[in-house]
Design a protein around this ligand. Sequence first.
Ligand SMILES: Nc1nc2c(ncn2[C@@H]2O[C@H](COP(=O)(O)OP(=O)(O)OP(=O)(O)O)[C@@H](O)[C@H]2O)c(=O)[nH]1
Ligand SMILES: [Mg+2]
Length: 279
Amino acid sequence: MAHRQDKTSLAQIEKEDYLQYAYDYQPDNKDVEHLRILLHGPNGSGKSSFINSVETSLRNRMSGQALVGVGQDSFTIKYETHKIQKMKPGTFYPFVFNDIMGLERCENKGICVDDIKLAMKGHMKDGYVFNPQSPFTSADAHYNSSPTINDQTHVLVSVVSSSTVSIMSDEIMNKMRDVRRAARDLGIPQMAILTKIDEACPEVQSDLRKVNKSKFVKNQIEKLSAALGIPLNCIFPVKNYHSEICKDDQIETLILMALRQMIDFGEDFVNNIVETFEG
Ligand SMILES: Nc1nc2c(ncn2[C@@H]2O[C@H](COP(=O)(O)OP(=O)(O)OP(=O)(O)O)[C@@H](O)[C@H]2O)c(=O)[nH]1
Ligand SMILES: [Mg+2]
């Protein structure tokens, strides 16, 4: 396998195992071309950066596929599917990510929750530009009236930054819970990633290996779990690539650990769909 080389540090060995897992993954369900992973959460929480970080981790180069913001307003405004090239051009990993607009606090500023629900059901086509003033409807040119298993969401990921987890408004929390309830009704598995652990905890910033020992991060995960109702073992702390110019094994181990859970959850979901159809 191309990724496997002589490696020494524990982080490198762990990372290689996760890389191998992603590399070997193929959906068991032959109708499934790819797992679709939908990221939602407040604006600026690191959704687009996470997609880039996965791509950077899987490919031997830094990625900027998903455009990342710098200011306060939501940066991602278009519904887009991000694929990750595998080995040769034209070949892709069998999982894709959807990057959507953030759930901003001010009324009429963020994405409409109903838009996310329609996206989860597979009704939204790539290229749709979110419009907080006007919800997405079946009259839109980007409306897909007959979505297939490949268009619908298979894993919902709530993305929250550790620097804001304690100060999220009730409005944002309610929006996030609303999206989670809709996913639950569709049977879609859910998890969360806690981003920017470097910003919120100086100990972790200086050494990312301390993430599992950090009381601060543990506390943030507990808060997020209580606020959103996501079990503790389904919340993954990560630091996204954001200012780095070189690849880093510690960053990638955390990113790939979260990715592995997404793959496992998605795989279970698409296999259950088969059982439902067959049953
Ligand atoms: N320190 C740090 N900064 C991060 C991390 N992840 C993202 N950022 C920065 O946070 C800012 C927002 O990141 P984005 O990835 O654009 O966030 P988003 O959730 O896609 O935002 P919207 O598209 O506006 O909803 C950017 O300046 C990133 O560089 C992280 O883990 N640590
Ligand atoms: Mg974005």
